[in-house]
Design a protein around this ligand. Structure first.
Ligand code: IYR
Length: 228
């Protein structure tokens, strides 16, 4: 067994805005976030690299179980790779829509207007595929690879994806939070190691000029907040 790393406290750097500034910034942030929509129609317009890099830096700043940061972000721009991903995703989605999803599930999805076709996987200029590291792999001095347990990796990656979506949205970009099921093909096409599981596939880009979104509602504060 290796010695555990030691606890080394350092002073917290913390910015506390004045109360009026806090309210303004909280309201502005809320109003920007209320404009975020899941988008399924993308333009081919390219995206500046730094917007994607900063979104991934932001995502990678997320809190994680034991600070293990159990994530890998694969940024796909290559047209041929996008085509392969689309084709594999559509094969799985077609089987899901036609054979695997229950009537109840299909009814729940009806307001979203989705089907098995996923042209956005080729149309969007970038795809970000987020992988969850189910466990860690550490190279030992003797050349062996040791497995380390990861804690709360699902929660950790979920939080990181939330931050990723926020950063991209605030940069004026559109995203689709897509989970073709099963997603094993993503690890295969992208050559990821066996400890990584595809978590979500996110087309990123500017919305198409004629993009439409389903008319849906978010629950009110009263419906989601319990005060005790
Ligand atoms: N993965 C499919 C189906 C789908 C499932 C849920 I839950 C959604 O919120 C949306 C779609 C698809 O992407 O079409």
């Amino acid at each position: 067994m290796n010695e555990p790393a030691i606890y080394q406290p350092e002073p917290l750097l913390h910015h506390r805005p004045a109360p009026d500034e806090a309210l303004v910034s909280s309201r502005e942030f809320l109003s920007r976030m209320l404009q975020r929509r899941t988008v399924r129609h993308f333009s081919a317009e390219p995206v500046a690299d730094e917007l994607i890099e900063n979104a991934i830096r932001t995502a990678a700043s997320a809190p994680s179980g034991a600070n293990q940061q159990p994530w890998t972000f694969v940024w796909v721009r290559d047209a041929e790779l996008k085509r392969e991903i689309r084709s594999a995703a559509e094969a799985e989605e077609r089987r899901s829509y036609e054979e695997r999803m229950s009537e109840e599930w299909l009814r729940a999805l009806a307001p979203l207007g989705t089907d098995w076709r996923k042209p956005m996987l080729e149309e969007a200029p970038a795809l970000i595929v987020v992988f969850r590291q189910a466990h860690g792999l550490v190279a030992e001095a003797d050349g062996e690879t040791r497995r380390i347990k990861h804690y709360y990796s699902e929660e950790s990656v979920g939080i990181a994806v939330g931050l990723l979506l926020v950063s991209l949205h605030l940069a004026g970009l559109a995203t689709l939070t897509h989970t073709p099921s099963p997603m094993r093909f993503l690890g295969q096409l992208l050559g990821r190691p066996a400890n990584e599981r595809a978590f979500v596939l996110i087309p990123v880009g500017y919305p198409a000029a004629d993009a439409v979104v389903p008319r849906i509602q978010k629950k009110s504060l009263a419906e989601v907040l319990v005060r005790r």
